[in-house]
Ligand binder design. Structure first.
Ligand code: G
Ligand code: MN
Length: 279
């Protein structure tokens, strides 16, 4: 592939050859962001988010390099690295806490049939029950090749993998496809959550998504919760699950272990240590 700078903000310019080396040089690192149950005040799992610890350019977020990986056939190795690292690190938590879910993002373009064996191989290798792995897929990824994706998602589902629609509400999917998707979770995109306290339209959209999710029997999770008011409003609206900076920022695995022990969000097996705090 041609090695040219992409449309990057001036701050970070990434070259595709660098990304190829990043995997072999072990420059990638996983950060974990907790997903919590707002109703029971417990941690329900984590979303694994890849970061690139670039030797000169510092810590780079996935938004700045995932699209390069997608354009350069690096997305499969990158995704497999992420999947395996996430399962390897969290396997013991999953085995200790049977309700703990580990989520990994799947990009467009890798939802073909080969991914099923790769995913099942990974859960076997790391001894994580398939029903504790969540794969997050965006609507747009699915809509690029709906028939292929549908077949693949059905196969993953037949192996008890949990499937989640990421960034829900921002894509181009039609309800006729949504109806056919074998998903268990719907993630309300953070763009609707961020201002829902002040923007009535956003609040109505969130409410409608909650209704839609409930009707289809899906677990609905709101992403991008950045303050107490939003968290409280969501809980009042009947949104049982949340994720966002107010609860916790993405963090390295060692910090996650400490967070599970010390945060107000109790682990999955013990009663809540304290009520919501406004601090
Ligand atoms: O779309 P997806 O669920 O994969 O998005 C996760 C991204 O959103 C991560 O990059 C994460 O750092 C970011 N994120 C998570 N919580 C918040 C939040 O509360 N506010 C903002 N602005 N970004 C968030
Ligand atoms: Mn996601």
């Amino acid at each position: 592939a041609e090695s040219s700078p992409r449309d990057q903000p001036a701050r970070v310019r990434i070259f595709d050859y660098e990304l190829e080396e990043a995997i072999s040089r072990n420059e990638l690192q996983l950060y974990y962001q907790p997903k919590v149950n707002l109703a029971t005040q417990t941690i329900s799992g984590v979303e694994a988010l890849v970061r690139w610890n670039h030797p000169e350019k510092g810590m780079i977020n996935p938004d700045d390099f995932i699209h390069i990986a997608e354009e350069n056939a690096l997305i499969l190795p990158l995704t497999l690295w992420t999947l395996n690292a996430a399962l390897r690190q969290s396997a013991f938590i999953c085995n200790r806490h049977k309700n703990f879910l580990v989520a990994v993002n799947l990009s467009a373009g890798i939802l073909d049939k080969d991914i099923v064996d790769l995913v099942m191989g990974a859960v076997h290798t790391w001894d994580v029950p398939p029903h504790q792995l969540v794969l997050e897929v965006t609507e747009n990824a699915i809509m690029e090749q709906p028939e292929t994706c549908l077949r693949t998602l059905n196969q993953l589902r037949s192996h008890n993998i949990i499937l989640s629609i990421d960034d829900f509400g921002t894509g181009y999917s039609s309800f006729s496809y949504l109806k056919r998707l074998p998903v268990q979770e719907l993630k309300i995109d953070q763009s609707f959550v961020k201002d829902m306290i002040h923007n009535v339209d956003d609040a109505h959209i969130v409410q409608a998504m909650l209704y839609l999710g409930r009707t289809f029997g899906l677990k609905v999770i709101a992403e991008g919760i950045e303050d107490w008011d939003t968290l409280d409003r969501l809980a009042t609206m009947g949104c049982d699950h949340g994720q966002g900076y107010y609860i916790a920022r993405p963090m390295p695995f060692e910090e996650l272990l400490e967070w599970i022990e010390t945060s107000g969000w109790a682990d999955t097996d013990t009663p809540a240590k304290r009520a919501y705090s406004q601090g």
